[in-house]
Design a protein around this ligand. Structure first.
Ligand code: PEP
Ligand code: MN
Length: 333
């Protein structure tokens, strides 16, 4: 249920109402906007008398929400959320370019790529240290050593680091990571979502391979309901009957998620297509559709990459694409 207060309600009257609502057994999420304050009531609202609340002199309107997601719902929070990572902002008009290799392979590799993507205008560095691979015989990532190499690359370039966490047991190792990535395969690892919801780190939450938008939003809800509101949604392609691409990029997810939620939405055209030459057109399509950023795989030597070489751009290709993305952003403004 959402309760929209009248403009300029006095703080003590507002607090009195909030205390009363809490006393009725519901959690109250307060969104103070420039003109209006909105109270999002989460929990069992069946005992609340909607008409009674509506009749209060400080209340403008009361609505029942049918969607099961509350914290990430735009109805509760009409303004875009801007997630901030150091000096980098994502959402609410701030566009963020995240780039780097699928996996961290060596100090030389990650530093070379980090410098190249920074030069091309990237805002953050990606790189997997813990890799969720389909085969147990494939490269599983450098794990803790990979995280250390990412920190060295951050110190060299100043780029904040984004890297995937697969297990709650690894959380202590991620203390000094800037953005926790939850991969497609872990989108519904609810214990992981709850645990990272208790941290204060921004989370990049990828859509699962075969998950609906509602399921993605419910996963964001897990993180937010645990107290962490800094969630970035990521569309990375879903399984369809497409036979020539790794996945199918659901471009319409971008405007639909924006409609449903106030959280920033970014797109990963690399995993969506699996083919490097398809990454630029899909990145441009996602930008034109209103994405708040892009996460793109870049490798200095794609044919020899230990993971996802076929979909990795070379640094010069990334630089060329970044330029085109800036032009599209300018054209949209
Ligand atoms: C990745 O970003 O390297 C990755 C494994 O992505 P996804 O979880 O989207 O497959
Ligand atoms: Mn990858």
């Amino acid at each position: 249920m959402i309760v929209v207060l009248k403009p300029k309600v006095e703080v003590d009257k507002r607090e009195h109402l909030i205390d009363w609502l809490k006393g009725m057994g519901v959690d109250v999420h307060v969104s103070v906007g420039e003109y209006q304050t909105i109270l999002g009531l989460v929990g069992d609202t069946t005992r609340l008398d909607m008409d009674l609340i509506d009749s209060l002199d400080i209340v403008d309107s009361v609505k029942r929400i049918t969607e099961p997601f509350k914290c990430c719902n735009r109805k509760f929070h009409p303004d875009d959320t801007v997630v901030q990572v150091g000096d980098v902002k994502i959402g609410g008009g701030y566009f963020c370019m995240i780039a780097g290799p699928c996996s961290v392979e060596s100090e030389e590799q990650i530093i070379t790529v980090a410098k190249a993507v920074k030069e091309a205008g990237a805002d953050m560095l990606r790189g997997g240290a813990f890799k969720p691979r389909t085969s147990p015989y494939d490269f599983q990532g450098l794990k803790a050593d990979g995280l250390e190499l990412l920190k060295i690359a951050r110190a060299e370039t100043g780029l904040p680091i984004v890297t995937e966490i697969m297990s709650t047991a690894d959380l202590p190792l991620f203390e000094d990571v800037d953005v926790l990535q939850v991969g497609a395969r872990n989108m519904q690892n609810f214990d992981l979502l709850k645990e990272i919801g208790m941290t204060n780190k921004p989370v990049l939450l990828k859509r699962g391979l075969a998950n609906s938008l509602k399921e993605l939003l419910m996963s964001a809800e897990y993180i937010m309901a645990s107290g962490n509101e800094q969630v970035i949604l990521c569309e990375r392609g879903i399984r369809t009957f497409s036979d020539y691409t790794r996945n199918t990029l659901d471009v319409s997810a971008v405007p639909m998620l924006h409609e449903l939620s106030h959280l920033p939405v970014i797109v990963d055209p690399s995993h969506a297509t699996g083919i490097a030459r398809l990454v630029p057109p899909m990145a441009m399509a996602a930008t034109a559709a209103g994405a708040d950023g892009l996460i793109i795989e870049v490798h200095n030597d794609p044919p020899h990459a230990l993971c996802d070489g076929a979909q990795s751009l070379r640094p010069e290709e990334y630089a060329d694409l970044a330029e085109k993305i800036r032009s599209i952003r300018t054209a949209l403004a």
